[in-house]
Design a protein around this ligand. Structure first.
Ligand code: AMP
Length: 286
């Protein structure tokens, strides 16, 4: 597996692959990889001749006071996981390589101007999706992949990237990949490492609460308020959990819905101690 730290190294290598007629898949990550990331790389390796994974903790998607500095990192271990999953090249740039003005500063952003980035996580993280859109757009321009792979765990991010690719005519196929979970249902996340043992146990409440939404919907409940109230009540039974949001939205537009049905996304964000966790399910599909 090639380790590239510069944009020009990535471009030269991808150009070479293109000359050989090979297809290229991209998997953007912030590192500290787990089986969720591994599944994206594995799928990309199945679909494409070559796979580029990026490992970059992107400063423009963190607000001051968020966990940029404490975001977990272990590049050596990441490389082992990537290589095992069939990754051809890992792009591991410095902040200055990605943002030449230094300190993650940029004067140019990619930002969706409708309400999509303002819903769900956007309520407490107002510039988060502007940072995500910008870094993903930069990675698309650097790698010029045929396909790019994103987890359904970050459902709002996936919807925003699909919209951005459509609006800006990127011509890249966006592939959504299912959420990979721990045996007790907790969605795998790099941030799970921060959970203390009692918090880790408590964190299983996220998945348990989503199961309640699925059961209610399959029993015919149509009111989004009734469903989200029940999800919230389940989470609130857990003393270590603090709800940030429980929302029922359309899975493409992220607009809140009053009636739940096929295609409704139930999305939650919950703080367990200092750690903010997100999870979701799409009703009638899992
Ligand atoms: P991150 O490193 O957290 O920015 O995530 C990089 C990519 O991996 C994103 O597309 C995430 O949605 C995806 N991802 C993270 N956790 C999971 C998971 N548990 N299952 C599937 N995909 C995931």
């Amino acid at each position: 597996m090639i380790i590239a730290n510069t944009i020009s190294q990535v471009r030269d290598q991808v150009r070479q692959w293109r000359r050989e007629g090979l297809t290229v898949g991209l998997v953007p990550t912030m590192g500290y990889l787990h089986e969720g990331h591994g599944s994206l790389v594995g799928k990309a390796a199945e679909d494409c001749d070559r796979v580029v994974a990026s490992v970059f903790v992107n400063p423009t998607q963190f607000a001051p006071g968020e966990d940029l500095a404490s975001y977990p990192r272990d590049f050596e271990r990441d490389c082992e996981i990537l290589e095992k999953q069939g990754c051809s090249m890992v792009f591991h740039p410095s902040v200055d390589e990605m943002y030449p003005d230094g300190n993650g500063k940029t004067d140019t952003y990619i930002e969706i101007l409708n309400d999509m980035p303002k819903q769900l996580c956007g309520r407490t993280r107002p510039n988060h999706f502007r940072g995500v859109g910008t870094v993903v757009g930069k990675l698309f321009n650097i790698v010029l992949p045929d396909k790019a792979y994103f987890g359904e765990k970050d459902a709002q991010q996936l919807a925003i990237i699909r919209r951005m690719v459509r609006d800006l005519s990127y011509g890249i196929e966006i592939v959504g990949c299912p959420i990979v979970r721990e045996p007790d249902g907790l969605a795998k996340s790099s941030r799970n490492i921060h959970l203390k043992p009692d918090e880790r146990k408590a964190a299983a409440v996220l998945y348990r609460s989503l199961k309640i939404a699925e059961e209610m919907a399959s029993d015919g409940e149509k009111s989004s308020k009734t469903v989200t109230d029940a999800v919230r009540a389940e989470i609130e039974k857990e003393p270590l959990a603090e709800v940030e949001y429980v929302s029922a939205v359309d899975s493409l537009s992220m607009e809140p819905v009053e009636t739940v049905g096929k295609g409704t996304l139930i999305a939650i964000a919950v703080r367990i101690g200092q750690t903010r966790l997100i999870d979701n399910c799409v009703l009638n599909t899992i």
